[in-house]
Design a protein around this ligand. Structure first.
Ligand SMILES: C[S@@+](CC[C@H](N)C(=O)[O-])C[C@H]1O[C@@H](n2cnc3c(N)ncnc32)[C@H](O)[C@@H]1O
Length: 194
C-alpha cells in the first residue's frame, strides 16, 4: 500500500515550485522528490518535534540544507514570522489533513498564504461517498483508528473543505486512478489553483 501511495505522490511533489509550504512533512519521507530546479525555498511546517531529528537528517541527505527550513508550529499558527500572506507559490498537504485537530480552520488560514496563481497540491485519504455498508464500515473503523494512528481520522471531507476554502481559478481534484469507488480508505488527489 505504501509503494502504491509513493507512485501517486512522487509526480505531485515534483510539481512544487517557487516558495513552498510543506505542511506536516513528518520525518520527510517525500522531500527527496522535490525538483531542486523549480523550488526556491521550502518551509516544512511540522509541529511535532519528535519528527525534527529525522527531518533534519533527510534534509541533509537530500542536499536541501540551503533551502529547506523547519517551522516548528502548527500550520494554523504560522503568523507572519516565516512567510507573509500571499507569498507562497505552492502549498503541499500529503496525508496530513487526516491528522490535524481543526482541518477546516487550518485550510482556511493557509488559503491566505497562497498567491494568485499559486497551487495547492493534495494527496489525502477522505470520507467515502459510496454510502451504504461501505460508509457504515468506514465509520466503525474510524471509531478506533485514531487511537492507534496518532489521531488520524479516515472520515474527513478534505476535498470538499479545500474546494470551499475560497475562490479558485481551477480545481482539479479526483480519486486516484485505479482506486475502486467502494474503497474503505479512498483518497483525493490533485491540484487547486488560486
Ligand atoms: C500522517 S503524518 C504524515 C506525514 C507525511 N506527510 C507523510 O506523508 O509521511 C501527519 C503529519 O501532520 C502533522 N500535523 C499534525 N497537525 C498539524 C498541524 N496543525 N500543522 C502542520 N502539521 C500537522 C503531524 O505532526 C504529522 O507529521
Amino acid at each position: 500500500m505504501k509503494e502504491n501511495s509513493a507512485l501517486k505522490i512522487a509526480p505531485l511533489i515534483g510539481l512544487a515550485r517557487g516558495v513552498v509550504l510543506d505542511i506536516g512533512p513528518g520525518s520527510g519521507e517525500w522531500i527527496g522528490l522535490f525538483d531542486k530546479e523549480k523550488v526556491i525555498k521550502i518551509y516544512g511546517v511540522e509541529p511535532n518535534t519528535d519528527h525534527h531529528e529525522g527531518l533534519r537528517r533527510k534534509i541533509k541527505l537530500e542536499g536541501l540544507s540551503d533551502i529547506y527550513e523547519i517551522v516548528p508550529v502548527g500550520a494554523e499558527d504560522l503568523g507572519s514570522k516565516w512567510i507573509q500572506e500571499g507569498e507562497a507559490d505552492t502549498i503541499i498537504t500529503v496525508q496530513c489533513l487526516c491528522s490535524v485537530d481543526n482541518p477546516k480552520t487550518m485550510i482556511g488560514s493557509l488559503y491566505g498564504y497562497l498567491k494568485p496563481g499559486g497551487q495547492w497540491i493534495v494527496y489525502e485519504h477522505v470520507i467515502t461517498h459510496a454510502g451504504g455498508l461501505i460508509a457504515l464500515y468506514q465509520w466503525a473503523i474510524d471509531f478506533v483508528w485514531p487511537y492507534f494512528l496518532g489521531g488520524c481520522s479516515i472520515t474527513r471531507d478534505s476535498g470538499k473543505w479545500l474546494r470551499e476554502a475560497g475562490t479558485w481559478h481551477k480545481v482539479d481534484l479526483r480519486q486516484p486512478e485505479g482506486e475502486p469507488s467502494y474503497m474503505v480508505l479512498p483518497h483525493v488527489t490533485g491540484i487547486l489553483t488560486k
